[in-house]
Design a protein. Structure first.
Length: 550
């Protein structure tokens, strides 16, 4: 294999064979060698059988995208070789379970080793990892350390199996060690959880729905560490209403779901807007309509998210593109929801939620809990007291005043009203608040610009599509515009980003080009579009080819 510093590794097998955990251990081996790491997970909606695989991109440069060609293929079953052999680089290396596969590269008798040493079948992936490590020149001590950190249960038996596989496999190359120090590896969902906790999260509510479920798992696992409450309820209607109830009582709440669950929350979002109750919702998109392809991704909830909830109101909607942005904006949105007493939505997708990124710990230093406007405990209290900026001071039950919350139009005290003047007063109060929200959206960082900033041709992409678009735009010398704030729309920042651009190309994982519609509604014309709707992310070579034709 030629000397280079950018490799694509695929490990695959049937559901239940542990390919995902094995992929993470391999990624951490390379991470400790100084390589930047990105992991894309591809799995079917099956408990056993089928074909699951992880694509691990390791490179000298930080990338968040996957490539077409494979340098190393680790096969737990023959199906993995059949599925991926056409994507192998000319000098690519295959490491396979020789108990299930008869030829193909470097064989590791994983099943035989596990049986002889009294292990269980899933430990075959440990044997394969060890064989791969030996083949590429990883020191045993480094492999042992990685296994000890990642495999808690049955670690001694796993190490015994790994040692045998390591000793029985030949070394064929020596992987170059880079000078970079390893950063932590986090999924997008883990980063979202950390950002919210840093901003003062008190309670997380959810009903399990892929791909948001791992937020629930991660926070539940660390509930005591973070000093929060994590609650799984019976459905998403209960989830959103419980979060609103907790916020009414003064506790910072967050909920997580995907499109189908978010659909059930929309009446609650409208309730939060009318009652001016701060609520943070994570909508991690998967394919639709309806159940769609449950474990795959799409960017087709954008318009639905922007227009969720009936009546006239604006909510915050931010779409981060990687784990660092997801962490920062989950914390920032939790603070903004409380500052403006309104719903805030973090719009992500399966690719961002479940992919693994290198995480910059310094992001956490930028997040802190920001206090909302609180009642000064002087004079009469009106929950919806009129104010110059539309924001009413908050009080909570227990503050020795009556704190009303209502789904009806109301007066300053929270009593229901139907007369014209009282209705106009509250409508205009909220409109002033929304005007202030626009200022939050039109700040540096609401729209990011990368690549050749002098290029007259610009590409625009949002969310997880950032990774492949950034890589290709930099290679082709194009300007890349990434909007993070989507509602309120950052008009001034976008106009600044568009300066000098004569041709705009929109790229997204949607069949109808929903971002293009948002741009058009805000007076921005898209000249060309590249859409992908097979529920998989853009591959670098694929996107480069499409952009070159344009």
């Amino acid at each position: 294999m030629e000397n280079k510093k950018d490799y694509s590794i695929v490990i695959g097998g049937a559901a239940g064979q542990g390919s995902r955990k094995a992929g993470l251990i391999i990624a951490k081996l390379f991470n400790n060698l100084g390589y930047n790491v990105f992991i894309y997970e591809d799995y079917q909606s099956l408990i056993k059988g089928g074909h699951n695989f992880s694509v691990i991109r390791v490179s000298e440069k930080k990338e968040a995208s996957i490539k077409e060609k494979i340098d190393f293929l680790l096969a737990l079953d023959s199906n993995t070789i059949e599925k991926h052999k056409s994507s192998m680089n000319k000098n690519g290396l295959v490491v396979f379970n020789s108990d299930k596969i008869k030829n193909g590269g470097i064989g590791v008798a994983a099943g035989k080793i596990v049986k002889e040493l009294g292990g269980i079948s899933i430990m075959s992936n440990t044997a394969l990892i060890a064989g791969f490590g030996k083949a590429i020149g990883i020191e045993w001590s480094a492999l042992e350390n990685a296994l000890r950190k990642e495999l808690g249960k049955g670690i001694e038996k796993n190490l015994e199996i790994a040692k045998r596989a390591y000793e029985e496999t030949k070394n064929v190359l020596k992987m170059e060690k880079l000078k970079g120090e390893p950063d932590p590896l986090l999924t997008g969902n883990e980063a979202i959880a950390l950002g919210a906790v840093k901003a003062g999260l008190d309670i997380y509510y959810a009903y399990p729905m892929t791909p948001a479920t791992s937020i629930l798992h991660y926070l539940a696992e660390h509930e005591k560490d973070f000093n929060i409450i994590v609650t799984q309820l019976e459905n998403e209607i209960a989830v959103i209403n419980s979060a609103i109830g907790s916020a009414y009582a003064g506790k910072r709440s967050m909920v997580g779901t995907s499109g189908g669950g978010f659909a059930l929350m929309t009446e609650g979002i409208s309730l939060a807007a009318q009652s001016e109750t701060p609520t943070l919702i994570v909508n991690s998109q998967r394919s639709g309509p309806a159940t769609g392809v449950p474990t795959y991704s799409s960017q087709a909830d954008l318009l639905f998210t922007l227009n969720s909830g009936h009546g006239d109101f604006v909510r915050f909607v931010v779409a981060p593109g990687d784990a660092n942005e997801a962490c920062y904006w989950s914390g920032k949105l939790l603070n903004l929801a409380w500052k403006y007493q309104t719903p805030a939505i973090l719009l992500v997708d399966k690719e961002l939620s479940e992919s693994t990124f290198e995480f910059d710990k310094k992001i956490l230093d930028e997040i802190r809990k920001e206090n909302p406007v609180l009642w000064n405990k002087k004079g009469e209290y009106g929950r919806y007291a009129d104010s110059k900026n539309g924001i009413s001071p908050l009080a909570f039950p227990g503050d020795e005043v009556v704190v009303k919350a209502t789904s009806y139009e109301h007066d300053e005290d929270g009593l229901s009203v139907e007369d014209e003047e009282a209705i106009i007063l509250m409508q205009e109060k909220r409109l002033r608040k929304f005007k202030e929200m626009e200022k939050e959206a039109d700040i540096p960082g609401a729209v990011k610009v990368y690549g050749n900033k002098n290029s007259k041709t610009a590409v625009i992409a949002w969310g997880s599509t950032k990774g492949p678009v950034l890589e290709v735009a930099e290679k082709l010398g194009l300007k890349f515009i990434q909007p993070l704030f989507i509602q309120p729309f950052p008009q001034k920042q976008f106009e600044k980003a568009m300066k000098g651009v004569t041709k705009l190309i929109s790229i997204e994982c949607s069949a109808t080009g929903q971002m293009e519609k948002v741009l058009k509604a805000n007076g921005i014309k898209v000249d060309k579009r590249i859409l992908k709707y097979d529920m998989r992310p853009f591959i670098v070579e694929e996107l480069e080819k499409k952009l070159k034709t344009i």
